[in-house]
Design a protein. Structure first.
Length: 368
């Protein structure tokens, strides 16, 4: 298959881990005889420095024409004092909105070799396998007005959703639960917010269309607590934009590090942008120690969701798993008795495991 992939490395560790994704995808392409063409474009602080805007038109056009987009991370201290509309993060929010990527899928899986790398007790996280589905193009992030008023004495942000925006993400939640363990937890703040009361009503209406899915409702504060006290009671979580942002970083604790979490931001036709959940990690940027696995697993999600390459995606996931089984880890993962390696070394080991795997698989299929 021929695929055009846009690379948006962005800022900080984004640039370092994008190299890892590229290396892994090149191996997949050569092992499976695909033709992946990469086109690199600017976003975030990098784009501000080079083009005076966090989201150049050229980047938008390239993403609109591509088969899929891979993004590293945006942001950093250098741009923190810029006005809101000029910040690197505006580039990321802008591309999500421009591409209509309303569904953000954030899988959180406890890899067995990492069970003891989490500050949580092993018996608490054992068996947890959660898919957080976050609404990505509405809510407080995009509502207008959003501004300071009265010479800075007052301020307003707007939480705005249409019924249609809620319905499509809630549908995605039910559909995902249906092909997993048929349990959907809807997270809201219906005891306070009108938007959450409407959200809850829609979940209840929709549940009649999905009688095979068990639904429960949790208030977001209680959900935050249960996510780390009883994580293995969750299957799919569906929630609005800001709650999903916060809960997914919290859930990363189950895996041992924020650097482990991948994500897919998609729309109904399968077009998608894939990026790790973490940010540009300014505290470790440039040191060559960033964990590349969240980025590599995001590339695997791209293979699966945008290209329908289930087998290739599974191979990449398996290579990551094997690397962890072998005890290799970056500095963010606290693994006793493991072998601490750099970003590039970790990537090379994943690539090696992927190559060995693909070779032995093709030998198996020759003799099948
Ligand atoms: N998707 C994105 O581009 C994205 C996401 C979150 C934050 N940000 C931006 O990133 C900047 C820094 O934000 P922050 O520090 O709050 O969050 P962050 O996610 O960048 O970092 C939080 C902590 O996790 C660690 N970490 C993150 N990724 C890691 C990796 N791959 N390997 C090892 N450790 C990793 C960091 O070192 C840091 O200690 C801000 O400008 C923020 O707006 C961007
Ligand atoms: C950088 C920021 C705009 C972004 C968000 O809040 O969506 C990030 O935290 C994320 O989780 O992707
Ligand atoms: Mg976030």
């Amino acid at each position: 298959m021929n695929k055009q992939i846009i690379l948006l490395p962005g800022d900080g560790v984004g640039k370092e881990i994008m190299e890892s994704a590229k290396l892994v995808l090149n191996v997949v392409a050569s092992e499976y005889e695909h033709n992946f063409t990469f086109h690199q474009h600017a976003i975030g602080g990098d784009a501000i420095d080079n083009f005076g805007t966090p989201l150049p038109e050229d980047t938008i056009n390239a993403c609109q024409q591509a088969d899929a987009v891979l993004l590293g991370a945006v942001g950093g201290k250098k741009w923190d004092s810029l006005p809101g509309h000029m910040r690197p993060e505006k580039g990321l929010l802008g591309i999500r909105k421009k591409l209509g990527l309303f569904a953000n899928l954030r899988p959180v899986q406890g890899f067995s070799p990492l069970l003891h790398a989490s500050p949580l007790k092993e018996e608490v996280i054992n068996g947890s396998d959660i898919l957080i589905i976050r609404e990505l193009t509405g809510g407080l992030y995009f509502g207008q007005p959003s501004e300071r008023r009265d010479n800075g004495k007052t301020v307003v942000d707007t939480l705005y959703y249409t019924r249609e925006e809620m319905e499509r993400i809630i549908d995605k939640g039910f559909q995902s639960a249906r092909i997993r363990n048929k349990h959907l937890t809807s997270v809201d703040k219906a005891n306070v917010l009108e938007s959450s009361r409407m959200w809850r009503e829609i979940v209840n209406e929709k549940s009649k269309e999905y009688p095979d899915v068990v639904v429960d409702h949790l208030l977001v504060d209680a959900a935050a607590m249960k996510l780390i006290t009883r994580p293995n009671q969750f299957d799919v979580i569906v929630t609005e934009n800001l709650f999903g942002d916060i809960l997914s970083d919290e859930a990363s604790v189950l895996t041992g590090s924020l650097g482990m979490l991948p994500s897919a931001s998609i729309r109904r036709d399968g077009v998608g942008l894939y990026e790790p959940v973490h940010g540009s990690a300014p505290d470790i940027a440039g040191k060559g120690i960033a964990n590349p696995l969240g980025m590599i697993l995001s590339a695997a999600m791209m293979l699966k969701y945008s290209f329908g390459m289930e087998e290739e995606a599974a191979e990449v996931e398996e290579a990551v798993h094997e690397t962890l089984e072998q005890g290799f880890h970056t500095e963010d993962l606290d693994i006793k008795g493991g072998k601490k390696v750099s970003t590039t070394e970790m990537t090379e080991i994943v690539v090696e495991n992927l190559t060995t795997k693909s070779v032995s698989n093709s030998i198996c299929s020759m003799y099948a």
